[in-house]
Ligand binder design. Sequence first.
Ligand code: GLP
Length: 241
Amino acid sequence: MNIVVKESYEEMSSACAEYIGEYIKANSGKVLCFAAGDTPLGILQNLIKMQEKGEINLASMYYAGLDEWVELGYEDKGSCKQFMEDNFYTPAKIPVENIRVFDGKANPDEETKAVLEFIKNKGGLGMAVLGIGMNGHIGFNEPGTSVDFAGGKILLSESSVTVGQKYFNKKYNLKYGVTLGIKTLVESEKVVLIANGEKKADIVANSLKEKENPAFPASYLTTHSDYHVFLDNAAYFKIKS
Ligand code: GLP
């Protein structure tokens, strides 16, 4: 495990985008998978800037969805699909045929099958860039999810539903998510975990110190041979102490 710690969110985002950019330059045609949410926004903006400067070609890659709120589609503010399309796929001019994300309004089992097939047909996941939830979830793999779970519909924890309200402009009664499973994520050639802010410090420390503990889904990544963690100082400080 390689941990990179930067002073601020901006520095962390730029360092991680540089790292991903180098991967893109050397691995045209591989499948990337990005978490939606607040944490990756700076990275996605940096990647678009790098493309505008002619440093990388984002359309040379394939993109698989990581997760989605069941019942939410592109038209719903806060859906992962809307976040990724508006903040990345559209401004980065990625051809639609290079993208397969979850549609939260469609059947979750069929969506999972389609996303997993897309990944398989394109040679497997090359790099997964994951955020971490306040309760330690990666994608929507909630605490207690089996390491053998390849993906599918999942009952959301109370924490995920409550914290998730920050993305929405109205109150939803969401119960389920759909996600790539831990098994699929640990099979990615490279895994990147990103976290910032003091509020994530405890869960980050536990998720990196523990090994394969179901209470901390991200702890299954610690034994991955190509695992890179990008943090700001605030998210790192509990690891130091
Ligand atoms: C969300 C998503 C995850 C995301 C995590 C952290 O609910 N299901 O894929 O990585 O929680 O989100 P944020 O970066 O907004 O803190």
